[in-house]
Design a protein around this ligand. Structure first.
Ligand code: SAH
Length: 212
């Protein structure tokens, strides 16, 4: 990113509700162009979702920022991301958390994301190919969980793998239509649900693994 591109990118994020200093710094340090194909590299800093391989999309930067901000990641946190896609969101989380586990059901996307993370030197990110709707029981519980694909309701296994005091940010709603971004917080006596943003659009959370 040129200094001018960086400045414009940050102004757009701030204008669209991303105000957390640590989140803005993390987003400044991760070049979105590295995660999209050459065809779209020119548009990498625009606040638009972009198509990626396997028929999926990388979310628009302001949504990535708003979700990361709502997640309120702390430096000691172990974070689970469901839906690696390009690996862009995971790279941002890696700047904020102690450890990031990210799960992708498309084998090809997972491999590409892993290669980018390695090239960037992000040793605290672990990429797993699998069905993230089941979570990652062997690494549970998590302080934070972020889901970047839409389910009708928060998947039970993910709720179960959230530490007491932890929280999860995810889009919920019927997959073909628009969804609502929510935050689920686990307290000692149960779960609390807060609406963050109406009318978001994510690709659907799909069960099983794809070998493409
Ligand atoms: N966070 C990504 C964008 C995600 S797009 C980024 O920063 O680029 C949503 C991704 O979720 C897609 O790649 C899709 O294949 C994946 N996905 C959908 N259902 C899934 C599941 N059950 N487990 C893991 N990944 C899933």
């Amino acid at each position: 990113m040129t200094p001018e591109q960086t400045m414009r990118f940050l102004v757009t994020l701030r204008t669209r509700g991303v105000s957390d200093k640590r989140v803005l710094e993390a987003m400044e340090s991760v070049d979105r162009a590295a995660f999209v194909s050459e065809t779209f590299a020119e548009r990498a800093y625009e606040d638009v979702p972009l198509p990626i391989a396997s028929g999926q999309t990388v979310s628009q930067p302001s949504i990535v920022g708003r979700m990361t901000q709502a997640l309120d990641v702390q430096p000691r946190d172990k974070v689970l991301e469901v839906g690696t896609g390009t690996g862009y969101q995971a790279a941002i989380l890696s700047k904020l958390a102690r450890r990031v586990y990210t799960v992708e059901r498309h084998r090809a996307l997972a491999a590409k994301a892993r290669a980018i993370h390695e090239a960037m030197g992000l040793p605290n990110v672990t990429q797993i190919t699998g069905d993230g709707s089941r979570g990652l029981p062997e690494q549970a519980p998590f302080d934070r969980i972020i889901v970047t694909a839409a389910a009708e309701d928060p998947p039970g296994p993910l709720l179960a793998q959230l530490r007491v005091g932890g929280s999860m940010v995810l889009p919920v709603g019927v997959s073909d239509a628009v969804q609502t971004l929510i935050k689920v917080t686990r307290g000692p006596d149960g779960f609390e649900y807060d609406e963050l943003l109406p009318l978001v659009r994510f690709v659907p959370l799909v069960e099983g693994v794809e070998h493409d």
